[in-house]
Ligand binder design. Sequence first.
Ligand SMILES: *[C@@H]1O[C@H](CO)[C@@H](O)[C@H](O)[C@H]1NC(C)=O
Ligand SMILES: *[C@@H]1O[C@H](CO)[C@@H](O)[C@H](O)[C@H]1NC(C)=O
Ligand SMILES: *[C@@H]1O[C@H](CO)[C@@H](O)[C@H](O)[C@H]1NC(C)=O
Length: 269
Amino acid sequence: MNSLSIFAFFCAISVAAASKAYPSVPGLDSGDCSFTGDETTLVPPRREVYDDGKIYDISHRYVPTLPVWDSEEGLGHFLWLAYSIKNGSRANGSAMQIGAHTGTHVDAPGHFYDNYYDAGFDVDSLDLRLLNGLTLLVDVPRVSNITAEVMKSLNIPKGVKRVLFRTLNTDRRLMFKKEFDTSYVGFLEDGAKWLVENTDIKLVGVDYLSAAAYVHSVESHLVFLESREIILVEGLKLDGVPTGLYSLNCLPLRLVGSEASPIRCILKE
Ligand SMILES: *[C@@H]1O[C@H](CO)[C@@H](O)[C@H](O)[C@H]1NC(C)=O
Ligand SMILES: *[C@@H]1O[C@H](CO)[C@@H](O)[C@H](O)[C@H]1NC(C)=O
Ligand SMILES: *[C@@H]1O[C@H](CO)[C@@H](O)[C@H](O)[C@H]1NC(C)=O
């Protein structure tokens, strides 16, 4: 409910029941149900954290300055009113156009394997049980890309299935800069191999547009996606979230035939 409908809801109650059945709602018990706030008091809430860390929103907002792979321009104008109240319609209706790998998104196996793509391993085939569950958020040493050596040093115990890797990308606020930056930190091929061969990690979350470092953008993706058991969640917003264990909820759109989808992810304490 937005604040207007909450107002209407309480207002209806206080009119219907002028009794002692429940405590009065401060400010709304006058019986006057005309909405008195002027337009400027309608401020939409926008949150990153709820209730002091009970929920962290770790998806990025879709804004024109969101960086886009290999582009200087960023996302740009991607959302418009297809019809609008000001133009005589009864309602406002927006339309949009974005690449499926825009912003915080998930990759399906078909992204780098044509045979998987043809066989239908799209985002609709991804396992929701893997996209939702106990997750470890770790800080990666800021001095290098994610190599086998770095993976080893992180000491992630067997049994951990989901890991979000926070890197230098977060410190550099790369997801907030519209120019795509090839120097972002990601997995080198040997780091990806080490993860596949030595850990139980099946969900890999990263804080820029690709899990693979730019120099190994093909190689590392091939290593991750070959088994069709690993899900890559890319472009996460991990600023200000303490490291540790969380319950992760990630929900992609059911884009049949697409090897990627925007995804909404939250961490719960
Ligand atoms: C409806 O569309 C108008 C433009 O015609 C815009 O100014 C207004 O903010 C829109 N309202 C909502 C609720 O989006
Ligand atoms: C309203 O309609 C005019 C004329 O078709 C169009 O140029 C304008 O972009 C529309 N504006 C909105 C907010 O839909
Ligand atoms: C990570 O690799 C990229 C190339 O993909 C490179 O430009 C960057 O400097 C490396 N980052 C670190 C911290 O070594």
